[in-house]
Structures are given as structure tokens and as C-alpha cells.
Design a protein around this ligand. Structure first.
Ligand SMILES: C[S@@+](CC[C@H](N)C(=O)[O-])C[C@H]1O[C@@H](n2cnc3c(N)ncnc32)[C@H](O)[C@@H]1O
Length: 397
């Protein structure tokens, strides 16, 4: 009898594979939704949405969504539901005095993560950064903690903090992808990783499964992988992908971690303007090149955006080696960009429905890999999504 996790994973595989033609294409690349011909009423309904309703659905994709007329909204919502993991007994909140040198948000995440760990005598922190989590655990449990981190400067800064606070933490400069990282994975140490990216946490999961080592992991950035196409960790993942013909190119994995925490208003406005200008430039370049195809333009760091649309287009054209005619109707292209932006934001609502299901599918693949190794596993959230959208926690022992 497959576990409840395995059943959920199997159904998610089916849904993700079936609806991939709708959730995978990024609307900004297209003038018309690639699925528009197959679902004309859906496209028309989305494009007709007023701004208030669009914003509401963006904030809460599953709530009272008319998309249910076309898509399995209720089932996706049910499959995405994850309950909070109960706090472990004997874990009082971390003293606020220990929060110095840690950002407020990070400290709150560490507190929530630590609360799910029963006191233990020894830990190994994977991709530790400055070892903020490891240091907190070392102090809370009087534990010996080893942290692995490849950046020497972070190891040094973290080591100095640990010594100043009398925490038994030693940070080691170590590439966790190297074979030598396995030397640290000795029995008796709880493995912990908070927001270790793609391949880095993938390696940890495989090693934990091989050695049946207890693990608590909050994964993130699934798209940060050397594989151009997703390679499942679990045998069930391999079978299910083959059965449903599901292939996941690396770029598609990014949907699972698309930003969902609301950025400050100023940043959001600037981002929206940049996106509209990009689409305005896209209209322009299609016309100039006589080729109706999206042309990717490099990203610009926040604050580096030129002052006006013409300035942006000059920059983008130079980046792409395109020469611009001396006279251009800038207003026309700028307006076309704004129109396309409004369309993109509406078509994106379809993708939003599959964002959490895809993330959950990826997390379940990791969990099943551990379960297949004979470990007892559980999955839950460790904090609210407003604290970090990457709030899913895997525990295996
Ligand atoms: C997203 S940060 C998370 C850090 C810390 N756990 C936290 O929550 O603040 C990922 C960390 O992994 C480290 N890292 C990246 N690649 C690594 C590798 N191959 N070996 C060891 N550490 C690595 C980075 O330097 C960074 O400190």
C-alpha cells in the first residue's frame, strides 16, 4: 500500500503532466497564449479581468476562482495543503539576545526551524553560511555542531561569532558536492539544512538516504541544478515521470520558487515598469527584425533602470547588437508594452495555480527518496509563508 505521500505524489505527477501545456509557457514570451486556441473561453475570461479581481487571484490563486470552470482548482488546492509541523517537546523559544548579527527575518526562520528539532547532542549543518542556525542549536542544546560552507569569508566571520558567543560550532571550508564531504556524515549527528539550493540539498538527501542519517531540511531553489532536465531523486519519481511522459526542463522548475512575498511598493512599481518596457522593446524588436519571436534581454539590477522608455530601448538594443532608426514612435511602443504587460499579468494567473503544486511535487520527490531508503518521514510547514515562501520542512529519521 503506497504511503499517503506516495499517493499525493502520484496524483500531482498526473496533473502536472496533463496541464503542462498551460502552466509551462511563460506568457511574456508570447503575443498570444500558446494554449489560447485550445482554450479560447479561458483566455478571453482572463484577459477581461479587472485589476482588482486580478490582484485578488494573484494573492490567493485558489480562493473562489472562476478558473475552476476550466482547471482542477479545488483538487490542486487540496493537494497543496500542508499542515504545520508540531513543535518538538522541550524546545523553548530561542532567547532574543542571541539574535544579534542575524537579520530579523532570518532569525525568525531559525527560531521556527529549531523549534521542530528535539534537543540533540550533535549536528551537522549543510551549506551553513555563517552558521547562524548551527550556532543557535549549539547554544540551545549545548551541542557540538559542525558547519560546512565553501566560502572562506563566511566560515571566518561565522567562526568569530561562535567563539564570541561561546558556541561549540566549527565551520569548515568544504565544497559539499565534493566526495570528501561524505567524511563529515558520521552517524550520531543530526543533519540540518536551511534553504540549501537545488543540487546542494539534492546531494544531502541522497547521502542521508544512503547512510540512513536523520535529516531536517528546508529546501529551496530547485532550478539551481547542473542537470538541464530534472532528474528525480526517488524511484517513484522516475517511474511516475516515465509513465506520464513528464519532462521538466530546468527553466520550468523556477516556477516553484517564483517570488510570492510582497516586495515594498516602490520595488514593485519599478519592477512593473521595467517589465512593461521590456515588452515594449519586444514589440519594437519584432518589428525591426521582421521576426515575430521573443528576444531575451539581460536583466538589470534594481536601481539601474534607465530614466525613460527610449533610454531603456537604446540600452537593450545595444545589448542585442540592434541598430535603432533615428526616428521612432516611442509612445506607440511604450503603450504596446503596457498593453502586453496587462495581458501577461492575467495569463500568469493560470501558472500561479500550479506553483505550489510543483513545489510540493519536488519536495515529495525528496521525501520519497528518504522513505524508499526505509526512513520514517514527515512533511510540514515550519513557519508562515509571509516569513519565507520556502516554508516546507522535510524530516527523516
Ligand atoms: C542560500 S544560502 C543559505 C545559508 C544559510 N543556511 C542560511 O539559511 O542563511 C546557501 C549557502 O550555501 C553555500 N554554498 C553554495 N555552494 C556550496 C557548495 N558547493 N559547498 C558548500 N557550500 C556552498 C553558499 O555560500 C551559501 O552560504
Amino acid at each position: 500500500m503506497p504511503s499517503a505521500y506516495a499517493q499525493r505524489f502520484a496524483r500531482l505527477t498526473e496533473l502536472l503532466a496533463h496541464w503542462q501545456p498551460l502552466w509551462a509557457p511563460e506568457p511574456f514570451r508570447y503575443r498570444r497564449a500558446p494554449w489560447g486556441a485550445a482554450f479560447p473561453a479561458l483566455e478571453a475570461w482572463l484577459l477581461g479581468l479587472d485589476e482588482a479581481e486580478r490582484e485578488r487571484l494573484e494573492a490567493a490563486p485558489f480562493a473562489a476562482s472562476r478558473l475552476a470552470d476550466w482547471l482542477p482548482v479545488a483538487e490542486l488546492a487540496a493537494l497543496s495543503e500542508v499542515a504545520p509541523l508540531p513543535e518538538a517537546a522541550g524546545t523553548p523559544p530561542l532567547p532574543e539576545a542571541w539574535a544579534t548579527h542575524v537579520g530579523g527575518r532570518k532569525w525568525a526562520q531559525i527560531g521556527a526551524f529549531a523549534a521542530r528539532l528535539a534537543p540533540a547532542p550533535a549536528y551537522l549543518e549543510w551549506c551553513a553560511g555563517k552558521g547562524h542556525l548551527g550556532r543557535a542549536l549549539a547554544r540551545r542544546d549545548n551541542a557540538r555542531v559542525i558547519g560546512l560552507e565553501w566560502q572562506a569569508s563566511l566560515c571566518q566571520a561565522g567562526q568569530a561569532l561562535a567563539e564570541a558567543q561561546g558556541a561549540d560550532l566549527s565551520l569548515h571550508e568544504q565544497d559539499v558536492m565534493a566526495d570528501s564531504a561524505a567524511d563529515w556524515l558520521t552517524p550520531g549527528r543530526q543533519l540540518v539544512a536551511l534553504h540549501a539550493c537545488g543540487d546542494l540539498h539534492g546531494r544531502l538527501v541522497r547521502r542521508a538516504a544512503e547512510g540512513r542519517l536523520p535529516l531536517t531540511l528546508a529546501p529551496c531553489c530547485y532550478q539551481r541544478t547542473a542537470e538541464t532536465s530534472y532528474r528525480p531523486l526517488s524511484r517513484q519519481g522516475e517511474r511516475a515521470m516515465a509513465e506520464h511522459g513528464l519532462a521538466l526542463p530546468r527553466e520550468q522548475l523556477a516556477l516553484a520558487v517564483q517570488e510570492t512575498v510582497t516586495a515594498p511598493r516602490q520595488v514593485r512599481l519599478s519592477r512593473a515598469r521595467a517589465n512593461a518596457w521590456r515588452l515594449g522593446f519586444d514589440e519594437l524588436q519584432r518589428e525591426l527584425r521582421g521576426e515575430d519571436r521573443y528576444l531575451p534581454v539581460p536583466s538589470l539590477a534594481y536601481g539601474r533602470l534607465p530614466d525613460d522608455f527610449a533610454g531603456f530601448c537604446r540600452w537593450a538594443a545595444a545589448e542585442k547588437g540592434l541598430s535603432l532608426p533615428p526616428h521612432l514612435d516611442w509612445a506607440r511602443f511604450e503603450a504596446a508594452g503596457a498593453t502586453r504587460q496587462a495581458r501577461v499579468e492575467r495569463l500568469e494567473l493560470v501558472r500561479h495555480l500550479f506553483r505550489r503544486p510543483l513545489e510540493l511535487w519536488l519536495v515529495l520527490d525528496r521525501l520519497l527518496c528518504l522513505e524508499e531508503a526505509g526512513m520514517a518521514v514527515r512533511l510540514g510547514t515550519f513557519c508562515e509563508r509571509s516569513l519565507t515562501p520556502r516554508n516546507l520542512l522535510i524530516q527523516a529519521r
